[in-house]
Write a protein that binds this ligand. Structure first.
Ligand SMILES: *Cc1c(COP(=O)(O)O)cnc(C)c1O
Length: 421
């Protein structure tokens, strides 16, 4: 069945998109129907092992029965009542997020772009009396698709055609402390980085960079803002990626950003975002200054609570670290066997990228090497995600089993061998 030409049903569904859906996404030629655990099936019944989790979202895999139960139970009690009122689930979830980071407060929203928007507004509010509003971000970063988000993002392709860009953002090289220092002006109020750049090809911030940035921001009275939308929520083996990056590093325990944006895995597929703000600035965004209708609904918060319960009960942070180490070690072995195909393997925990050699004859043709290889893997029944033109990303559910990890590695190994023939 898997080798059969696209079915009439798949063609019909794609036709609906061609006619009725705004074509903002470059979609792969797959029509999905259902998922279970780490597996997805398309409309023709072909099965895929999912090492992408819908771009680092489905942290507990697909159709998780515990999430399904909590969604239906909460839906029978209270789905939404607005932020005009208090309710327990949001308060308790904020408490758990604070306990996972450090004293502060949490704002709830619905997406990563919105969480980052909260960071920009926090920074502008902090700097408003002194007329400071500029935020320094990194080249190859990704911060979302709102107008401010594309101004913050360090990639030209997201900005093109949407000028004039929102003023107040400036990009400098990632992991380069001197570049940040040189970019600071009297109008600068904050620095924003991802702990591990996801869309930019899986590049982790170095410990020296993080400690240096914290010191620089303290000296120059700047906020250090953290986009943990993709790299957060236990993906690296700790709740937030700086906790992992700075593990065992002298002075690392004291490191804290001033605010952290979260989304993606937070709701495990249920749309949700959040921002943790350090105690010193936790009341800057006062009544009437910011908000969103759907932020932190009882339903969204119940789902997020259940994910935290399962992560704790099943020690999924440690599991992510162990399976991540297995994946990375084995990918490095494949890269060692086929150095002409794989230039580098990078990442932490279950956020891993391997960089292909786009010069390989197998990649002759129009589309980028990453897309071509991801398509090959699709054909072989494996879902991964391209990151830029040459990197393939693995962002599997946190509960990926060792057997599944080995299955994915075997497919990648086979396909890597084929492109070198
Ligand atoms: C996905 C992503 C965003 C944007 O999140 P949306 O939910 O798509 O708005 C922002 N920052 C990073 C690092 C991301 O990976």
């Amino acid at each position: 069945m898997s080798d059969s030409p696209a079915s009439a049903r798949a063609e019909e569904i794609k036709g609906l998109f061609a006619q009725y859906v705004v074509p903002t996404y470059g979609r792969f030629d797959l029509v999905m129907e259902r998922g279970e655990g780490r597996e997805l099936w398309d409309v023709d019944g072909k099965r895929y092992l999912d090492l992408g989790s819908g771009i680092a979202v489905c942290s507990l895999g697909h159709s998780n029965p515990e999430l399904a139960d909590v969604i239906s139970e909460q839906a029978r009690s209270l789905v939404h009542c607005s932020n005009l009122y208090y309710y327990e689930t949001q308060g308790r979830l904020a408490q758990r997020i604070v306990e996972g980071i450090s004293p502060g407060k949490v704002f709830f929203c619905n997406s990563g772009a919105e969480a980052n928007e909260t960071l920009y507004k926090l920074a502008r509010k902090v700097g408003s009396e002194e007329g400071r509003f500029e935020i320094i971000t990194a080249s190859d970063s990704f911060h979302g698709r709102t107008l401010a988000g594309i101004a913050a993002t360090g990639q030209e392709k997201v900005k093109k055609g949407f000028e004039p860009l929102m003023p107040g953002f400036k990009q400098v090289a990632f992991n380069d402390l001197a570049a940040v220092e040189a970019a600071i002006s009297p109008g600068t109020v904050a620095v924003l980085i991802e702990g591990v750049q996801g869309e930019g090809g899986i590049h982790a911030a170095s410990p020296e960079y993080l400690l240096g940035l914290r010191k620089l921001c303290d000296e120059r009275n700047l906020l250090l803002l953290w986009d943990g939308v993709q790299c957060g929520h236990f993906r690296t083996g700790r709740f937030q990626s700086f906790q992992r990056i700075l593990e065992g590093v002298e002075g690392g325990e004291a490191f804290l950003p001033d605010a952290i944006a979260m989304a993606k895995s937070l709701g495990g597929g249920f749309p949700m975002g959040a921002v943790w703000i350090r105690q010193a600035h936790a009341d800057v965004l006062g009544p009437g200054s910011h908000g969103t209708t759907f932020g932190g609904t009882p339903l969204a918060c119940a789902v997020a609570h259940k994910i935290l319960d399962v992560v704790e009960r099943d020690s999924l942070a440690d599991h992510a670290r162990e399976i991540g180490t297995l994946l990375k070690t084995e990918l490095e072995r494949i890269a060692g066997d086929y150095p002409q195909a794989i230039k580098a393997v990078r990442g932490l925990g279950l956020m891993i990228g391997f960089e292909l050699n786009p010069g390989l004859a197998a990649f002759a043709g129009e589309s980028p090497a990453s897309i071509q290889f991801v398509n090959r893997l699709h054909y072989a029944g494996l879902l991964t995600i391209p990151s830029g033109a040459a990197v393939v990303r693995l962002l599997p559910p946190l509960n990926l089993t060792e057997a599944e990890a080995r299955e994915g590695l075997a497919v990648i190994g086979t396909e890597i061998r084929k492109i070198t023939l």
